[in-house]
Design a protein around this ligand. Sequence first.
Ligand SMILES: N[C@@H](CCC(=O)N[C@@H](CS)C(=O)NCC(=O)O)C(=O)O
Length: 224
Amino acid sequence: MMRVPARKTVELLYDVVSPYTWFAFEVLCRYQNRWNMDLKLKPFFLGGIMNESGNKPPAFVPNKGKYMYNELQLLAKHYNLPVAIPEDPLGVMMTKGSLSAQRFLTAVDMMDATKTEPVSRELWMRIWSRDEDIVEPESLSQAGERAGLTKEQIENCLNKSKDKVVKDRLKQYTSEALSYGAFGSPTIIAHVDKPVMLFGSDRFPILAELLNEKWLGPIPDSKL
Ligand SMILES: N[C@@H](CCC(=O)N[C@@H](CS)C(=O)NCC(=O)O)C(=O)O
């Protein structure tokens, strides 16, 4: 009898404020059925990760910031995603931030984990493609609607996102990431013989090796 190898758990700990994480998210979604892995999407709060790890957002170094905005456009093409730099990137990332979006996403995840993927994608589309707000309840509501949530579900998640249970779950995933040594987003944990943490959307060849799978580039279906 053929033995089917057990699926390996891969966790993506992430915050939609991070454009690089959008690439990692879409690649993992594209590979989730192709690779023998059980993908777990775990929203965390990047602000908490930065504070607790003593890190600083890379765009605080002006040359790095400039480089990143150029690189993001090259990466958008490479990953085939409609990324566009917002008019005021630092305002969007630092002043407005992502706490309300991540709490909303956590509430969605706790209500129905099958909706975490489409709602995350809609939030990225807003902040990193259409330069739209992700702070106001109306903005979150629109993201939820486009992701296929009902009006009742959206209302419920907006209310729940103020509750301790949701705030605590967001803190829990943030602490989990820190316990693996996280300092940024995306943080990927591959549960192989032991958990291995990878940082970045540029480590997929390594993840493939860890999982004993084939890396077919960022758009695997184009190679069918
Ligand atoms: N090289 C990584 C960069 C990812 C990255 O810069 N992530 C930011 C958030 S958008 C971060 O958390 N950086 C922390 C750091 O670079 O120390 C990639 O290509 O994905």
